[in-house]
Write a protein that binds this ligand. Structure first.
Ligand SMILES: [Zn+2]
Length: 364
């Protein structure tokens, strides 16, 4: 079997759920050591809650350094994965779990390119590597990463769903929010007039929040929890949701509007509101004339593939790199139907992704 496919299948067999990446971290450290590359774990595990830190390495070369990144964790059902290589070259899981091509396709492609560079002894750019933890849990690992250690100004994150040649050059600001309505509980039949109905307050607010898409901004209310029993006026109701926008100011403006809507609903019903929000990531747009876009176009065309640049409403570690001044793209590395048991990759797509990444690091 082709080395790249062998690597991919071997990595798929390693359990690596989010926060439980220790075995994958050791496997990658061992494989990098075989290539003469010494990798080190950062100290992010102390704050991220993962079993291990992000795994980082630096491979000396010539010219401007380039950062390659892929995450170590896979979504659930993540344990007991087995790759099945079909006659037509498609690779799926055995059916009970995800395949883990997200992001092991990216990890395998990086390892393959490093192996080829070592074999050929060809000149290449210095390569920085970051394999992060708990990416699927809203990029938890990279949030504890020390960006000041990065030497590269450019990054390619090998973590995009879809055909090889595709790259995401725009992703949104993402903010989650939590609205807690506090009322007063009382018996619903003996003394309802003494109660303050937290659930009614929350629902009044929720009914006024404009969910869905408006221009380049989306809003969603995702969960609602409240109440204890049918004969009790609820004293607490909690709503959670999120805002995404390609414009960071627009996301913040929308968040303020939502808070104002909830505030008004609380006032009208006599409930008390406490509102909080968490910034998950901030928007970026990598310019068409930027070096990563230009270099990616050249690398794709050298491999006989027409590059396709897209905007995605999903966040990734690239949002965090961009926020720290490292410009880049999230590129397809042979993962399809991600986050489900029908996820697949193919020998052909993995090979094509490796060809593109090899061209990128060789500065073609
Ligand atoms: Zn991913």
């Amino acid at each position: 079997m082709d080395r790249l496919i062998e690597t991919f299948c071997a990595l798929v067999a390693v359990d690596s759920p989010s926060y439980g990446e220790r075995m994958m971290c050791e496997e990658l450290r061992r494989r990098l050591a075989e290539l003469g590359i010494e990798a080190h774990e950062d100290d992010s595990a102390r704050t991220s809650g993962s079993e291990c830190g992000n795994l980082c390495a630096f491979v000396p070369g010539e010219g401007e350094p380039l950062l390659l990144s892929a995450h170590m964790d896979t979504v659930s059902p993540a344990c007991g994965k087995r790759a099945v290589v079909h006659d037509d070259g498609t690779i799926t899981s055995a059916g009970e779990t995800v395949l883990g091509a997200d992001c092991l396709a990216g990890v395998s492609v990086i390892l393959e390119v490093l192996a080829r560079l070592k074999e050929r002894g060809a000149p290449h750019r210095p390569i920085e590597l970051v394999f992060d933890t708990a990416e699927e849990a809203y990029c938890i690992g990279i949030q504890s990463f020390n960006f000041s250690t990065v030497r590269s100004k450019e990054v390619y994150v090998l973590d995009l769903d879809g055909p090889v040649g595709r790259a995401a050059w725009q992703a949104p600001t993402m903010i989650s929010f939590r609205a807690e309505f506090a009322g007063r509980s009382t018996h619903a039949a003996f003394s309802p007039e003494l109660g303050v109905h937290a659930l009614k307050a929350a629902c009044l607010g929720a009914s006024r929040v404009p969910c869905g898409r408006a221009g380049e901004t989306t809003v969603n209310l995702g969960t609602i929890h409240g109440g204890k029993a049918d004969n009790v006026v609820p004293d607490l109701c909690v709503l959670t949701g999120e805002v995404r926008s390609f414009s960071d100011p627009a996301a913040r403006q929308k968040l303020a509007e939502i808070e104002a809507i909830f505030c008004r609903a609380a006032e009208q019903t006599g409930a008390k509101l406490s509102f909080s929000s968490t910034d998950l990531c901030s928007a970026y747009h990598t310019a068409p004339e930027s070096r990563p876009v230009q270099a990616y176009s050249r690398a794709c065309r050298a491999a006989g593939i027409e590059p396709q640049f897209v905007s995605t409403y999903g966040g990734s570690v690239n949002n965090h790199f961009a926020a720290h001044g490292i410009e880049g793209l999230v590129i397809a590395a042979g993962m399809n139907n991600c986050h489900g048991v029908h996820e697949y990759t193919s020998c052909r797509e993995l090979a094509r992704a490796a060809q593109i990444v090899e061209a990128l690091v060789c500065g073609i």
